[in-house]
Every structure is written in C-alpha cells, then in structure tokens.
Ligand binder design. Structure first.
Ligand SMILES: Cc1cc2nc3c(=O)[nH]c(=O)nc-3n(C[C@H](O)[C@H](O)[C@H](O)COP(=O)(O)OP(=O)(O)OC[C@H]3O[C@@H](n4cnc5c(N)ncnc54)[C@H](O)[C@@H]3O)c2cc1C
Length: 404
C-alpha cells in the first residue's frame, strides 16, 4: 500500500468541515483541513451578515467538542419564543417554557461559529490547516486519493471529506450525481433596527411572496432573511433604502414597529439540492455539498453539523486503508449515508411543502394551512413534539449531540 500525506483531508473550512475536524480529535487520524478562502475572523465592531439559528442538538454537539464556550464568549443571542403567522390569519407561537427549556436556540454569526471551531483545531496536534488553497480535482489511485490544488501541488490521503459547500468540487470531481432545482426565489439578508423590539423572540411571516424571518441579535437589532420571488427581490434590491424599509415593515405587519437598515442588503439565490449517494470511492460528502434546503426554518447548518457528528462517530477506529465494498470503512460510510439521508431528505421535502403551501395562489389551500397553524397552536402535545423535533431533541441523534 502506497504512503499517504494524511489519513483524512477535509475540503472546506466552513462550519461543517471544521466541526468534523474538531469532533475527530479522539480518532487519532492525521487530518488536513484546506480551504480556498482565508481563515475566518470575528469583527466585534460589526455583525457578520451570514447568521444561523443553532438548535439545541447543535448546541449539545458544540458543547461536546468544546466549542460552545468560545461561541458564547464572542457573541450569540438566545431566543425563547418564535411567533409564526401567515397571510390567511393562521398563527402559532412556540415557547421554550412549553418544553421545559431555557431557550429554543441561538442566533449565531457564521464567523463566530467558525472561529470558535478553528480555535479548537489549532490546539490539535494531528490537524494541519491550509487556507487560501483551492482544490481543483480529486483522483483515486492504489488505495489513496490524490488532491490536485490550484497552486500546482498535490496532497494525498486515505479519505476525502467534501465539506466544500453547494458548488462542491469534491462532489463533481468524484462524479456523484445530484438532483437539484431552483426555487425562483432569492433570500434578502440584512441587519435591521426596529422601533418596537420583542426581546428573545424570533418572528416568521409566511407571505404569498415567500417567508420572512426576523432573528434577534445580541444588541437588540435583528437579522432578516426575506425569501421572495426573484422579480420582487430585484425590485427591492434596486429600491431606495427608505422604500425597502417601508416594504419590510409592512411585510412584517408592523409587529416590531418600523424597521431601519443598519447594514448592507445582500442576496442569495435559493436552490434545493440532494445528492444521490453520500460517498463514492474514498470520498464522502457532508453539509451543503450533500444537501441544500430552503432556509425558511433555519435548518441547513444544523443538519450539516449532525452530518459532521455522525461521520466522526462512524469513522472512529476504522482501518482507512481498505475502502473496498464490504470492508469496515465501506460499511461505516454506508451507515453514515443511511443515517443522514433519513434525516436530511425528509427535512428538504418538509421545507418545500411549507414554501409551496404558503405561497399557493388558492385561497382554499391558504385557508386550510392557516387553520392548521391555529389548530396546532391549541394542541399542547402535538405542539410540544413539533418543538422538540425542531430543536433537535428527538430523532436518531449521534452520541455527541445527545444530552447526558
Ligand atoms: C439566506 C440563508 C440563510 C440561512 N440561514 C440559516 C439558519 O438560520 N440556520 C441554519 O442552520 N442554516 C442556515 N442556512 C444554511 C447554512 O448557511 C448552510 O447550510 C451552511 O453554511 C453550510 O455549511 P457548509 O460548511 O456545508 O458549507 P459552506 O459554509 O458553504 O463552506 C464551504 C467551504 O468550502 C470552501 N470551498 C469551496 N470550494 C472549495 C474548493 N474548491 N477548494 C477549497 N475550498 C473550497 C469555501 O471557501 C467554504 O469555506 C442559510 C442559508 C442561506 C442561503
């Protein structure tokens, strides 16, 4: 068997790649994490516009790997309530008290999460970091994977983890097929100040144009994610600031009073993507490289973090040298694929169902959904189960995400 530079190379130092590297520290494997971008930094003077809601399962996972204190010491905002309504008058409210918890989740900037994970990885002797190096292609040869980099060099390993996001080079290079479709929507993202804040409360309106979320930040401002049809998104992006603010306040039905932009307004094209298989040869995919879902419930990175936790669990103690069908490694990767497909695929369909249903032009469909929301709001047990599921307190969790 030919020699390799590393046991595992993780391509992508986003939350998912870094979380895997942090979780794999007990495995004893030698690891390289490489990324085309520079290492992230936290700028305390302004918020990173890429903001995620982190649920209780992800919180437990981050505590288990030792990254949570770093997150909290930098900047995070706990929310205790979520208020949801639609255009047909349906409404539902979720509260942490209903499930006996202190909070339902935290709003955390991407840089804060990534830097906290990075701080841990820098202390791991067996993990090397290579920023600002772009992967161009992966080849498999005689029991190893060869990664060709844009600077003309190459590195080899026994197993490649593709955590390189939605446009994954690892995925295309390995020939893993995807099914994907565009929502015809763009998500407008910004930080706003409001005249009537509701502390520790996230708000979500299902509008005919698409869902609008207001996520509370630590300084009393909000991060907004307004997913709307591309034509409306273009119109709002091109509008004067005052017009945008007016439309935003109106879309939220003035429930937080008037909104005022305190950051740039940026936009993301929204698409849905699922891979046919999570691994091939000596390559395995995690996070957005394997699945992208609608951001309406803020689940994307939470699913990716669970991928990282499961992958580190199934790979523990594996002989990485033998990746043939039937080998221990092959079986571990099959287990990872079955485990995570069972969670990620339905999550994608559920988000699509919400998006399709609440934007449906039929008043009847809208009425049924609105009534469904209001009725569910009165069903204590059903509601508790929904909250527990959304917070990641039920379902088949990996050991690192399970509470002791
Ligand atoms: C508008 C919006 C709002 C969202 N809100 C939420 C939310 O509230 N909660 C939530 O859970 N999720 C949310 N998501 C989803 C979440 O942002 C993603 O699921 C998450 O960032 C994916 O993380 P990742 O580590 O898989 O990929 P990424 O964060 O995309 O990281 C991939 C990394 O790979 C690197 N890379 C890519 N190609 C190469 C290459 N060829 N060579 C080397 N490096 C490479 C990139 O530089 C990057 O650092 C939202 C998404 C959107 C669009």
């Amino acid at each position: 068997m030919s020699a390799v530079d590393y046991d595992i190379i993780v391509v992508g130092a986003g939350a998912v790649g870094l979380a895997f590297a942090a979780a794999a520290k007990q495995s004893g494997y030698s690891l390289l994490v490489l990324d085309s971008g520079p290492l992230p930094q936290v700028d305390q003077s302004r918020y990173d516009l890429r903001v995620n809601t982190i649920n209780l399962a992800s919180e437990t996972f981050l505590k288990s790997v030792g990254a949570w204190d770093g997150v909290i010491s930098k900047r995070a905002s706990a929310f205790r309530q979520i208020r949801v309504w639609d255009s047909a008058g349906g409404r539902i409210a979720f509260s942490a008290d209903e499930i006996g918890e202190h909070h339902l989740g935290h709003v955390i900037e991407a840089d804060v999460l990534n830097v906290s994970l990075l701080e841990l990885i820098c202390q791991q002797e067996q993990t090397a970091l290579m920023p600002e190096v772009q992967l161009e292609s992966v080849e498999h040869d005689q029991g190893k994977a060869l990664l060709y980099l844009a600077d003309g060099t190459s590195v080899s390993c026994r197993l490649v983890i593709g955590a390189d996001g939605g446009n994954s080079t690892v995925r295309t290079s390995t020939g893993i097929k995807v099914s994907q479709s565009h929502y015809g929507q763009r998500a407008l993202v910004a930080q706003v100040e409001v005249s009537e804040p509701q502390p520790q409360t996230a708000l979500q309106a299902f509008l005919p144009s698409g869902p609008l979320a207001f996520l509370p930040l630590a300084d009393g401002t909000y991060s907004i994610v307004w997913s709307c049809q591309s034509a409306l998104a273009d119109e709002l992006l091109g509008a004067a600031e005052a017009h945008f603010e007016q439309q935003l306040s109106k879309a939220l039905d003035y429930r937080l009073g008037d909104s005022r932009l305190v950051s740039q307004l940026v936009s993301f094209d929204l698409r849905r993507l699922q891979v046919e298989s999570y691994f091939a040869n000596r390559t395995v995919l995690a996070g957005d490289a394997a699945h992208i879902i609608h951001p309406l419930a803020g689940m994307g990175v939470n699913l990716g973090l669970m991928d990282a936790a499961v992958l580190s669990e199934v790979l523990l103690g594996m002989d990485l040298a033998n990746a043939q069908q039937g080998s221990g490694l092959y079986q571990a990767l099959r287990k990872y694929e079955r485990w995570r497909k069972a969670a990620n695929t339905p999550a994608g369909f559920i988000m699509d169902g919400f998006d399709f249903g609440f934007r449906h032009p039929s008043k009847l469909v809208q009425g049924v959904l609105g009534t469904g929301l209001t009725l569910t709001n009165r069903m204590g047990f059903v509601k508790q189960e929904i909250i527990r599921l959304a917070c990641g307190l039920s379902g088949d969790l990996p050991a690192l995400a399970r509470r002791v």
